[in-house]
Design a protein around this ligand. Structure first.
Ligand code: ADP
Ligand code: MG
Length: 254
């Protein structure tokens, strides 16, 4: 089933300095339960696409559909995860993870039980009463993901969530986060400028041009692996081929 669809989306920012076209005829769709990565040069309009899907901004023309309904009519929960984890030091890990539910007045028994299950399943139970500063960078990102999952979103928007981490940590955290998203059967849209990250995690990679972003190419990613993980994908011969293909697309200017 098609969970999300963008149809001929155009958008410009209007500032005192003039008009900046940012999105130029963007169309793509996400099948439920799949992982999609969007790669493109910095400043091309990647975050703008996520802001559009989350409803923070509206397209100038074109449409966004969720489960076939227009965005404003959809009641589907959308989760948003950013580069900074935005955990509050004055709250414990558990109360950080519950924050989104509290704000939405949804911290009922059922939702609290879900959070508890997630903390347990993903190794954070022993740190429930710790402060964020007592966690490693990877565990902080895991806590941030659980906070997002607490609201049971069907669609997860991830805006360069690993780019603040050092290289080693990034490899293991992206593997970790990917496995959680897979196990919880979420549909994910990851924005990144890291080609390796995109190839290792995604079922399809959408390659954007420089601003104003157009879709240069959509590349399906498959590996001949009995059980795919981002880490295992990186060792496959196809990995380098996909990397080179995307590299070429990003660096070709017609
Ligand atoms: P990316 O995430 O790919 O780096 P963004 O989507 O954040 O790019 O931004 C695309 C372009 O739009 C950039 O040139 C940025 O400076 C500009 N931009 C982003 N947000 C605004 C805004 N609110 N007002 C004006 N210009 C903006
Ligand atoms: Mg961005």
């Amino acid at each position: 089933m098609e969970l999300l669809k963008l149809e001929h989306v155009f958008l410009s920012y209007h500032t005192p300095g003039g008009e900046t076209p940012v999105l130029d005829d963007i169309s793509f769709s996400l099948e439920q339960g799949t992982f999609t990565a969007v790669v493109g040069p910095s400043g091309c309009g990647k975050s703008t696409i996520l802001n559009l899907i989350s409803g923070l901004i509206r397209p100038e023309s074109g449409r966004v559909f969720i489960e076939g309904k227009s965005l404003s009519q959809s009641e589907l929960n959308i989760g948003y995860m950013l580069q900074k984890d935005h955990l509050f030091e004055w709250r414990t890990v558990e109360s950080n993870v519950l924050l989104g539910l509290e704000i939405q007045h949804k911290a009922d028994a059922k939702n609290r039980a879900r959070v508890d299950r997630l903390l347990k399943a993903y190794g954070l139970s022993p740190f429930k009463h710790s402060r964020p500063s007592q966690l490693s960078g990877g565990m902080r990102q895991r806590a941030a993901l659980i906070r997002t999952l607490a609201l049971d979103p069907a669609l997860l928007l991830l805006d360069e969530p690993f780019s603040a981490l050092d290289y080693q940590t990034r490899l293991s955290v992206s593997d970790d986060i990917w496995q959680i998203i897979r196990r919880e059967k979420k549909t994910a849209l990851l924005v990144t400028h890291d080609i390796s990250e995109a190839v290792s995690m995604a079922d399809q990679v959408i390659v954007l041009t420089r601003r104003p972003a157009r879709i240069r190419r959509v590349i399906p990613i498959t590996f001949k692996l009995p059980e795919r993980t981002p880490m295992a994908s990186r060792d496959m011969p196809e990995f380098k081929q996909y990397f080179n293909l995307i590299w070429k697309e990003l660096n070709s200017h017609e």
